[in-house]
Design a protein around this ligand. Structure first.
Ligand code: SIN
Ligand code: FE2
Length: 224
């Protein structure tokens, strides 16, 4: 049976059914969060930004600034620095810990990840300029590659691209809108993916516009 959600419903107990993506292991849940749940989540994020302000990371080797800003919630944060990509428990911008992952996000993970341990990292990507994008890449810095990456979109819609297991493989794009949840796991866990562009003005959720993407990750293998 399919559960339909109305606009202002909260996270449902069982969640709606995912739509078919054509990629085994990638589940897309359009409108998973209703307007009220999106607003509450945004409030929790903005509160966390007070202790972990989003910053513009730099690419490994070239030191080029990214076109997005980032921060993290959770025990571990994913950071991009000129000397590489790392998971770190310390926020190098201010030497502090990352704020705790908001409870609403832990609930979403519990509902859609089908994994026996909670996420350790919530990477926050802020697409805050018309030029913000993310090139095709794979999420491969996690020891727990058996856990999916759970992605939650807020604010302006984007064109999300999913490819194959080589950067040059054929790819397909999907529109991700505010409140959508995507689960990238199973046989597709290491597929290339990225964000071609954000569609300005497509949502009024984020003050000043832009898109916020949250990716929940299990980094370490849970104890047996
Ligand atoms: C990512 O791949 O880490 C982010 C994807 C997105 O912004 O939707
Ligand atoms: Fe990614």
């Amino acid at each position: 049976m399919t559960t339909q959600m109305t606009e202002d419903e909260d996270v449902p107990a069982l969640g709606p059914a995912p739509v078919e993506t054509g990629f085994p292991g990638i589940a897309l849940y359009p409108g998973y969060l209703g307007a009220a749940a999106q607003g509450a989540l945004l409030g929790a994020l903005l509160a966390g930004f007070a202790t972990a302000p989003p910053y513009r990371p730099r690419m490994p080797r070239t030191g080029q600034p990214w076109s997005i800003r980032q921060t993290n919630f959770g025990e571990l944060g994913w950071v991009s620095r000129p000397d590489g990509y790392f998971y770190s428990s310390t926020n190098e911008v201010n030497g502090g810990k990352w704020p705790a992952i908001p409870a609403a996000l832990l609930d979403i993970w519990a509902q859609v990840a089908h994994y026996p341990a909670p996420p350790e990292c919530c990477l926050v990507n802020l697409y805050d300029t018309p030029k913000s994008r993310m090139g095709l890449h794979r999420d491969e810095d996690e020891a727990a590659l058996d856990a999916p990456v759970v992605s939650i979109s807020l604010g302006d819609s984007c064109v999300f691209r999913v490819g194959g297991f080589a950067r040059s493989a054929k790819s397909k794009s999907f529109r991700l809108a505010s409140g959508d949840v995507a689960v990238i796991g199973g046989a597709s866990r290491l597929r290339y993916h990225g964000v071609d562009r954000v569609i300005p003005g497509s949502s009024r959720l984020v003050p000043g516009g832009g898109r916020i993407n949250l990716t929940l990750r299990r980094v370490t293998k849970p104890a047996q």
